[in-house]
Design a binder for this molecule. Structure first.
Ligand SMILES: [Zn+2]
Length: 418
């Protein structure tokens, strides 16, 4: 059997595993909250506040779409013309055209050019979120964040590029197998280390101060049967007025993080409600589920890239001989950008189902739908979320159910529990 046949076989096996896993792990069956309850929830928001959040999103919307379109056009220009290959050659020239220099420096150059060209939109976006009082960052602190994320991206990207092209260089026929295993392994590794290695670069995390709230949260976790060593508070207020909480990490690095803004903006009862939602993610192992989907998905992506490599028309457009050579990095960017845009709505759909499950968990655990609803109203109000966004936009991009859907779900739960 040839490597191509093996790759085809491996692709089918991985796709079956991915589809099977998604089918089993995603909580598909959640009756949507009645629309009448959603509209009643919407009625709880003052009209001027809804208008203000809609005006905010109306200003952000063209920037988001322009960003997506521009990102796509840049990736296509770098990947489906010889521009990307030319850029990689240029980056490797001072190093005698060595393949490793082309891989790492060329790869970073391609990504950096794409980032740089979309930077004006990011700057514009910052002016909007500052004007609406969501961001509290000065331009200096915003720029430091940007440089930090470039730094993190360069280190991580450099390692990935070096590893990937070392494999394609030394195993030109079987790189897809090592690449697929490596990509899956990397996703798992990142889930473990991101909260302890990368997140602290951007925020300081401190254990929640001793007091009645901390005791209540730890008791809640205990009652839920979810071992939590600590609840961490992130110094989000140095950047934003928005309130949030999340769970990240796996096993020993698993943590529940609450924004410090949450502690100043929300009532203790609302913090309990948010934490109960996060405990739902922990209890249902949602981080692990996401990691497994990500690992299978990235292994699939590597094999698809390998198989696309025999499409000579595509290679000719990019001006390269093989998809596995560093000069093809622009082509890789184009393919992954298109794949990301196509996969986005499916990922959002899965995410909304998982979030709805965490919401029901919070309701079950606290038995307090009124506070849950108040917490959702607070989140929506402080974060200037559109409580009832346009439905197609919600379907395409939203990672969470809308504010009115979540409030209505709490009402439905209350009626069911009564
Ligand atoms: Zn959540």
């Amino acid at each position: 059997m040839t490597p191509r046949l093996w790759a085809g076989g491996a692709l089918i096996v991985l796709l079956v595993a991915l589809i099977g896993f998604v089918a089993v792990a995603v909580p598909w069956h959640r009756a949507p909250a009645p629309r009448a309850d959603q509209l009643a929830a919407l009625g709880q928001f003052p009209a001027d506040q809804v208008a203000r959040s809609r005006a905010f999103h109306a200003e952000l919307r063209p920037l988001s779409y322009a960003g997506m379109l521009l990102g796509l056009l840049i990736a296509l220009a770098l990947g489906l013309t010889p521009l990307g290959a030319r850029l990689v050659e240029l980056a490797g020239r001072p190093f005698g055209d060595h393949w490793l220099a082309r891989a790492v420096l060329g790869g970073l150059a391609v990504v950096f050019v794409a980032e740089l060209l979309t930077l004006p939109l990011a700057i514009w976006r910052h002016t909007v979120v500052v004007r609406y009082g969501i961001s509290t960052q000065t331009w200096g602190s915003w720029a430091v964040d940007l440089l930090k994320s470039f730094g993190v991206g360069a280190v991580l990207g450099g390692v990935v590029l070096a590893a990937f092209f070392t494999v394609t260089h030394f195993a030109p026929r079987w790189w897809w197998a090592f690449g697929a295993a490596g990509a899956a392994g990397l996703v798992v590794l990142l889930s473990f280390v991101l909260p302890v290695v990368v997140e602290p670069i951007f925020n300081r995390f401190t254990p929640m101060a001793d007091g009645p709230l901390r005791s209540e949260l730890l008791a809640l976790a205990e009652r839920d049967g979810v071992p939590v060593k600590d609840v961490l508070v992130a110094d989000a207020s140095r950047r934003t007025r928005a309130v949030n909480a999340y769970v990240s990490g796996l096993g020993p690095t698993r943590r529940i993080v609450v924004y410090d803004t949450m502690l100043t903006e929300a009532t203790p009862g609302e913090v309990v409600s948010v934490t109960a939602h996060e405990l739902g993610h922990a209890k249902d192992n949602d981080v692990l589920t996401g990691t497994i989907m990500g690992a299978l998905g990235s292994a699939v992506a590597v094999i698809v890239l390998y198989l696309l490599g025999s499409w000579t028309g595509l290679l000719r457009l990019a001006g390269v001989e093989s998809i596995a050579e560093p000069r093809a990095i622009g082509l890789l960017l184009a393919v992954t950008t298109v794949a990301g845009l196509v996969a986005g709505p499916a990922q959002s759909f899965v995410s909304r189902r998982v979030e709805a499950r965490a919401d029901s968990h919070a309701l079950e655990l606290t038995g307090d739908p009124a506070t849950f609803e108040a917490m959702q109203r607070r989140l929506g109000t402080v974060n200037l979320a559109d409580p009832d966004p346009p439905s197609w936009e919600h379907a395409m991009f939203a990672s969470h159910p809308s504010t009115v859907q979540r409030m209505a779900a709490a009402r439905a739960w209350a009626q069911g529990a009564r």
